[in-house]
Design a protein around this ligand. Structure first.
Ligand SMILES: Cc1cc2nc3c(=O)[nH]c(=O)nc-3n(C[C@H](O)[C@H](O)[C@H](O)COP(=O)(O)O)c2cc1C
Length: 387
């Protein structure tokens, strides 16, 4: 059930409705009268495939009760200062606020307004009251506001709202209170100011592990190489080289319950980083001497606590299983996820992956998990959590 109120951010809601439908969900929409000044009922009815509910429909059919019984989650986006105040004080003077009063499903509210309205003591107090009642208030973001100002009050983008919906609808929240540290993406090892050695990792597998842990309730930090990571709800720290990544991981190790090493870290770096761009010379060849980078997973393996779970990935091209087992032992990992990067639909930059999950404890069975990276992340977590 999607409630829309009279804020300028309502212009983003047609895109949200498309994403909800694309995800395979049904959506019923309740609009406040003010919201129809910002987005048309016709647009939303067309996209949702249902006539939208408005105050003219607040009649003998008691839609507020029926809709609140039907909904698995109630999302109010954008939520005005006005509607926030009504929700906090039990005022049920329209179809949306009445449906909210009757709702027993999880509720996610997206306040969106000018920063001055957001800072208003009444608004602050209303947010506090609702949060105390276990209503999830998804904090507005800081940035450019539709009124031309800049500040805190911006509604998250439709894709980000979807993350909150998925988190709410996720069948398991068994990672609540857990701290998860994920490394993701490639590293860049510079040889001069404009050139580096790297690999084609896109960070997708790490991002999927991070996002799924967040859906399941965990607090998640991601140490990412130079790739774009969808950071909504996650704490993302960007680094460039393997040495930077090692430092960032070590700084966050104490905090972590689970450490997922999904980054494709360069094994070598240039012995010398030229201060100026290397010029094309007279010779046909150029030699760059490389030295070994620290092995981040092995460094963690040396110092990790008994109750910290360390999971490594092994991107292999041959003798996959024996190489993976060797790594598992040498680095003191609890699990290794081995994949054949040369196989079709697997490995780097693919949406798909097939991995062999090998536990350190040999009494536990190995598992082959195959599918879309964001779907297999769910199964991988289930295995790891089950211990
Ligand atoms: C152009 C315009 C933009 C507005 N934008 C917002 C907004 O972003 N957030 C907000 O809380 N109120 C905003 N308002 C004020 C609300 O529309 C007003 O408080 C209205 O009564 C809200 O009704 P509702 O909560 O029933 O939808 C805006 C008003 C106008 C005229």
């Amino acid at each position: 059930m999607l409630g829309i109120t009279g804020g300028i951010a309502a212009y983003k809601i047609p895109s949200l409705v498309r994403l909800i439908k694309k995800a395979g969900c049904e959506v019923e929409i309740i609009m406040t009268e003010a919201s129809s000044n910002f987005v048309t009922p016709m647009t939303l009815s067309t996209l949702s495939g249902h006539e939208v509910w408005r105050d003219k429909d607040f009649d003998f059919r008691i839609p507020h009760i029926k809709l609140s019984q039907w909904a698995e989650v109630l999302v109010i986006a954008p939520c005005t200062a006005n509607t926030l105040a009504k929700l906090a004080h039990g005022i049920a003077d329209n179809l949306l606020t009445s449906a909210f009063s009757a709702a027993k499903c999880p509720v996610i509210i997206f306040p969106a307004m000018n920063e001055r309205m957001y800072d208003n003591p009444s608004t602050r107090e209303n947010i506090r009251i609702l949060s105390e009642r276990n209503i999830h208030i998804a904090e507005p973001l800081t940035g450019a506001l539709a009124c031309g100002d800049s500040g805190k009050g911006r509604m998250p983008e439709p894709e980000e709202i979807m993350h909150e919906i998925f988190r709410s609808l996720c069948p398991l929240h068994d990672m609540a209170g857990k701290h998860v540290l994920v490394t993701a993406g490639p590293t860049h090892e510079y040889i001069d100011p404009v050139r580096y050695i790297s690999n084609p990792s896109t960070g997708k597998m790490g991002a999927s592990m991070a996002r799924t842990a967040w859906y399941r309730g965990a607090d998640v930090r991601v140490i990412a190489g130079p790739v774009e990571i969808d950071s909504y709800g996650l704490d993302v720290i960007h680094v460039k080289s393997a040495s930077d990544m090692l430092n960032a991981v070590m700084n966050n190790l104490e905090w972590s319950d689970y450490i997922i090493k999904a980054a494709a870290v360069g094994d070598y770096r240039a012995k010398e980083i030229h201060e100026r761009k290397i010029k094309r010379g007279d010779k046909d060849t150029l030699t760059v001497e490389l030295i070994q980078n620290p092995d981040i997973a092995a460094e963690i393996g040396k110092v990790k606590r008994e109750n910290q779970i360390l999971v490594g990935f092994a991107a292999e091209t041959d003798d996959i299983e024996s190489n993976a087992r060797l790594k598992l032992e040498r680095k003191n990992l609890d699990y290794i996820l081995a994949n054949d990067v040369l196989a079709e639909n697997s490995g780097f930059a693919s949406d798909m992956n097939t991995i062999r999950l090998i536990p350190r404890d040999e009494s536990k069975p190995e598992k082959i998990i195959s599918g879309l990276k964001n779907e297999i992340a769910y199964d991988i977590w289930s295995e790891i959590i089950a211990g």
